[in-house]
Write a protein that binds this ligand. Structure first.
Ligand SMILES: [Zn+2]
Length: 205
């Protein structure tokens, strides 16, 4: 986009703008909106990125846009260290991967695992889309966060990392039930939302 075009669009009088530059301004607005569109994360869009400014400060995870009731799956092998049910913001699951990291899956409508349960990568752990979070942010999503444990604790305010740094193979990819993941590290993540046929198979059960 040429900056002079934008400057002429927004600096001249409203009267002239309406008569002369309306189409140019619409074009610029359309370009701006398309450049601001949600980034893709595999087959999903991201409503709020890690580190974005939000009403309570710093967004400590990524919001993956999903329809209410989408199957949420473990992003890697681990053990369920906590699950919280009945909150106004939806239910939550925490999974410990190895010794130092745990993943958080928030705003669920349903939790399908229990504390101390071992889970495998791709295992169904809940369903997404709690209505309170949808009302607040106007889109249905999974809040997915990664927290590093230090001295036995893990603060969702100060110990989080961008999950985009931990995708298996460096790119967000769907869990593939036909693939052998046994050679990967405990913190090599696949997407926490089931995709395609695998998602359908999880919902049919
Ligand atoms: Zn969020």
């Amino acid at each position: 986009m040429k900056v002079p075009a934008l400057a002429s669009c927004i600096t001249i009088s409203q009267e002239r703008w309406l008569k002369v530059n309306r189409s140019a301004c619409w074009m610029i607005l359309a370009m701006l909106l398309s450049s601001c569109a949600a980034p893709a994360l595999g087959p999903f869009h991201v409503g709020t990125m890690y580190g974005a400014a939000v009403s309570y400060g710093f967004h400590p995870g990524i919001d993956i846009n999903t329809a209410v009731g989408s199957p949420i799956i473990a992003a890697a092998d681990g053990i369920v260290v906590a699950e919280r049910k009945g909150s106004a913001e939806g239910e939550e699951v925490y999974i410990l991967h190895g010794e130092h990291f745990k993943s958080l899956y928030a705003h669920l409508t349903k939790v399908l695992v229990r504390k101390d349960q071992l889970v495998k990568r791709g295992q169904l752990i809940g369903l997404s889309g709690a209505t309170q979070s949808v009302k607040r942010l106007h889109f249905e999503h999974l809040h997915f966060a990664l927290c590093k444990i230090s001295q036995g604790h893990c603060s969702l305010r100060s110990d989080t990392f961008d999950p985009n740094l931990f995708w298996l193979g460096g790119q967000p990819q769907c869990f593939d039930p036909g693939k052998d993941y046994s050679a990967y590290a405990p913190i090599d993540l696949t997407l926490p939302v089931a995709c395609g046929e695998y998602a359908k198979s999880k919902l049919e059960k």
